[in-house]
Design a protein. Structure first.
Ligand SMILES: Cc1cc2nc3c(=O)[nH]c(=O)nc-3n(C[C@H](O)[C@H](O)[C@H](O)COP(=O)(O)OP(=O)(O)OC[C@H]3O[C@@H](n4cnc5c(N)ncnc54)[C@H](O)[C@@H]3O)c2cc1C
Length: 381
């Protein structure tokens, strides 16, 4: 594995950081408090090339490799002080777009990817239901074959971007008794009769990224909107999840870097007992732990991306990266709050927000328990 980044790769990361600082940091505290999705910022990100980072140039993207895309998102997460918008972008890119690029036919790719890259469409990826979370393939949403396509009935819950989605990939089964073999994936436009989305579900963190339900009531989907072969839904989902779990935290890596730099500055400035609090070993040890978590996270993330880009299997590394990055951000957010004392607890200084934003990472793309299960299974346990 090559540890040195090329000049071009460093420029991608720095460029995204500069773009985010210059164009994404206005009004975001108000947006976080009110839970407002910044659609105008979404379009600015598209114009900069975020959504299209990995999409081939022929379909309106930049055609970057996985590692370069990870670096772009890391720069975005470092420069953008709102964690919700980068999470929303990464969610669309690594699940919906990744599945479309890998499993979509030429017509499906041409219809959706250019508009997603331009920020004119927003896409959600719905598999979770109220009674099937970690036990994903126990889903109950039904697809019934008709003469012209399929009728979908069911409800997807806790779906990122659902309330603002113009389209979605949803998973449904022909018969729940068939388990994973009965599941197919479908592309549904929001204008399809029988498709609607819920209001925004209020939540503790990532508040600028709306979450909600996708509701399918006798929703008629033409046959050419099926993604991949019939019955291939489970393998489409698990492939998309491998990329999502590996890289959705790239922005969070940038946020962890920013968080550490802010905490170090504060520890150098804040005086107690006649000296900077950073001089107390209890405080500096916490900062050292934050640095260790950051660098471990970075290595695992880059390694997963490097393996992927060079055609090696990366399932183990994607699960390790997801587990490390999600838990490290929560632990470091707590250490950051401890460093700031009461200033870390009150909302005025925006230190507590990282903890609120970080908690969701322990759950989405497979909980930490599920990542440990995957790692143990790959170890042959
Ligand atoms: C911020 C956020 C964004 C999300 N975005 C999306 C999205 O875009 N699309 C989508 O479809 N879903 C999305 N989800 C839903 C997410 O995928 C599920 O919440 C997740 O799979 C867990 O399911 P659950 O909440 O039903 O918990 P459960 O599966 O009920 O788990 C509850 C507890 O039991 C544990 N547990 C369950 N099974 C096992 C097991 N086999 N071994 C060990 N422990 C186990 C879990 O680890 C957890 O601690 C999102 C969730 C969050 C928080």
């Amino acid at each position: 594995m090559e540890f040195a980044l090329s000049e071009a790769q460093r420029a991608i990361r720095t460029g995204a950081d500069t773009f985010a600082r210059d164009h994404l940091n206005e009004d975001w505290v108000d947006h976080d408090r009110s839970g407002r999705f910044p659609r105008d910022a979404w379009r600015r990100c598209a114009a900069f090339g975020i959504q299209g980072a990995m999409v081939p140039a022929s379909l309106g993207g930049q055609g970057l490799d996985v590692l370069s895309t990870v670096l772009m998102l890391e720069g975005l997460g470092y420069g953008c002080r709102d964690n919700g918008l980068p999470f929303a972008l990464a969610s669309q890119m690594w699940s919906l777009q990744a599945a479309l690029m890998r499993f979509g036919d030429d017509a499906q790719k041409a219809r959706y990817l250019p508009e997603l890259c331009r920020g004119e469409r927003i896409g959600a990826f719905g598999i979770t239901e109220l009674d099937s979370g970690s036990d994903t393939y126990a889903l109950q949403t039904r697809c019934e074959k008709t003469e012209r396509g399929y009728t979908l009935n069911g409800r997807k819950s806790y779906v990122t971007l659902a309330p603002v989605a113009d389209m979605a990939i949803v998973f449904a089964t022909r018969d729940p008794a068939l388990g994973r073999w009965g599941i197919s994936a479908f592309i549904v436009d929001s204008s399809t009769p029988g498709f609607r989305t819920s209001q925004v579900v209020d939540k503790m963190g990532m508040r600028t990224c709306p979450m909600g339900e996708l509701i399918l009531e006798d929703c008629q989907v033409p046959e050419h909107h099926r993604l991949g072969p019939e019955g291939a839904g489970a393998s489409i989902f698990s492939t998309a999840m491998e990329s999502e779990r590996g890289y959705i935290f790239a922005c969070q890596l940038g946020a962890m870097q920013r968080q550490l730099e802010d905490a170090v500055s504060y520890a150098r400035e804040r005086q107690q007992f006649g000296q900077a609090i950073g001089k107390f070993q209890s405080v500096s040890n916490r900062l050292a732990d934050m640095k260790l978590r950051l660098e471990l996270s970075r290595m695992l993330l880059y390694k997963a991306a490097w393996l992927d880009a060079s055609g090696h299997p990366s399932a183990m590394d994607a699960a390790l990266a997801k587990l490390q990055l999600s838990e490290a951000f929560v632990d470091s957010s707590l250490d950051s709050i401890r460093t700031y004392g009461a200033r870390g607890f009150v909302t005025e200084h925006e230190v507590e927000r990282d903890l609120r934003d970080g908690i969701g990472g322990l759950i989405y793309s497979g909980t930490s328990d599920i990542q440990r299960n995957i790692i143990a299974r790959l170890l042959g346990v």
